[in-house]
Design a protein around this ligand. Structure first.
Ligand SMILES: Nc1ncnc2c1ncn2[C@@H]1O[C@H](COP(=O)(O)OP(=O)(O)OP(=O)(O)O)[C@@H](O)[C@H]1O
Ligand SMILES: [Mg+2]
Length: 370
């Protein structure tokens, strides 16, 4: 299976809108890489450039070791599955699967073989003679995948292919896609704005923000060591708590002071920081220790309790700002086991475990320390 490589790809749309700025990305043969980021960050633009549907303003694209930057889509040997996978309503499932192959003048016997194989892989064998209107949303989605599979492309490109499905079906199809990837061993570049989908599906994820890739890595590596404030706030649910303050020199290293908290940091004394340098302290809601009032480093008032069944999210009142430049009142989010009794207006103690803290520069937002 072919690798995909992008080198210094930029895209400026007419009107001077920079959709992509100097993107470097490599997808190994057989690898599934998920591009994840908020709406408008340039995910679809990037995918369309790989497919050849959009021309980059600068930079180069390789598929399977061959430079394709100037080649039209049909010469790139990639199959793309979109969010709106319009099937032909007057063709059966078999007709839909076959259509692209007929257009490419693939001989009948070969067509038969590929349709049979795709139907087997996707569990569509019993549906081949039905029309799209006689299928459920998930089944239609599988037919759309099937149309890509029968092409036997060098690589698959997916642009939010599951976002039209309801939550339950989406999770089911996600597992199916993962299985499909395992079975085909195919190279896949997959776009989503859903960080949970990215985490569960990707061999690696690339987190995008306003036209640049902020971090590329294995999902857990990105979760455990977000490279900057943006990734820290984007990956993980509920979002990581980010507190504004300063780094101060301490006896055995550094500490953080801000938002009413003072915390020893997991940074060695040699870390190149300045005393009083602007800082952000990050702590995941799952890592906040909630104890009895007076037993923690600081007492806080419970403002909102959200029981989710499997766990409970509590929001604790803090003075300060909610995130870089957000200007909302700051609440500390904490995740508690469901059987833990907490009520609104109660006061609780809070502790931050030192080895679970994330430090970011208040100047450029980059991660500091391990
Ligand atoms: N044809 C176009 N002409 C001008 N600007 C465009 C065009 N297509 C996209 N853009 C702009 O480029 C930026 C990136 O768009 P893109 O569609 O790649 O985002 P996306 O990450 O896929 O977002 P979403 O999650 O909403 O699909 C956006 O600001 C968008 O408005
Ligand atoms: Mg898009």
């Amino acid at each position: 299976m072919a690798a995909i490589r992008l080198e210094n790809v930029s895209k400026v749309y007419s009107g001077g809108r920079h959709a992509l700025r100097g993107i470097d990305l490599e997808v190994a043969g057989g690898e599934l890489v998920v591009l994840v980021g908020p709406s408008g960050c340039g995910k679809s633009t990037l995918l369309r450039i790989v497919a050849g549907l959009e021309e980059p303003t600068a930079g180069r694209v390789w598929i399977g070791g061959r430079e394709v930057t100037a080649l039209p889509p049909r010469e790139r040997d990639v199959a793309m599955v979109f969010q709106n996978y319009a099937l032909y309503p007057h063709k059966t499932v078999r007709g839909n699967l076959e259509f692209g192959l007929r257009m490419r003048r693939v001989p009948e016997e070969e067509r038969e073989r590929r349709v049979r194989e795709a139907a087997r892989i996707l569990g569509l064998e019993s549906l081949l003679d039905r029309f799209p209107r006689e299928l459920s949303g998930g089944e239609r989605q599988r037919v759309a995948l099937g149309r890509a599979i029968v092409r036997e492309p060098a690589a698959f490109l997916f642009d939010e292919p599951l976002s039209n499905l309801d939550a339950l079906l989406r999770v089911e199809m996600r597992a199916e896609l993962a299985r499909l990837h395992g079975r085909l061993g195919a190279t896949m570049l997959y776009v989503t704005h859903d960080q949970e989908e990215a985490m569960t599906l990707g061999d690696r994820i690339a987190v995008m923000d306003r036209g640049v890739i902020r971090q590329v890595g294995e999902p857990l590596e990105v979760y455990r060591r977000p490279a900057d404030l943006f990734v820290a706030g984007f990956i993980g649910s509920p979002a990581m708590n980010l507190l504004a303050g300063v780094f101060l020199r301490a006896d055995a290293g550094w500490r953080f002071e801000g938002s009413g908290f003072s915390a020893g940091l997991p940074l060695d004394p040699e870390t190149p920081l300045r005393d009083g340098m602007p800082a952000w302290l990050g702590v995941r809601p799952q890592d906040v220790e909630v104890v009895g009032a007076g037993e923690g480093d600081r007492d806080l008032q419970v403002e909102v309790v959200e029981p989710l069944g499997s766990e409970t999210v509590v929001y604790l009142a803090l003075e300060g700002e909610a995130g870089p430049g957000e200007g909302r009142p700051l609440r500390l989010r904490a995740v508690l086991p469901a059987n833990r009794a907490v009520s609104e207006d109660q006061r609780v103690g809070v502790r931050f475990p030192r080895d679970r803290l994330h430090c970011f520069s208040g100047e450029d937002g980059k991660r500091i320390g391990p």
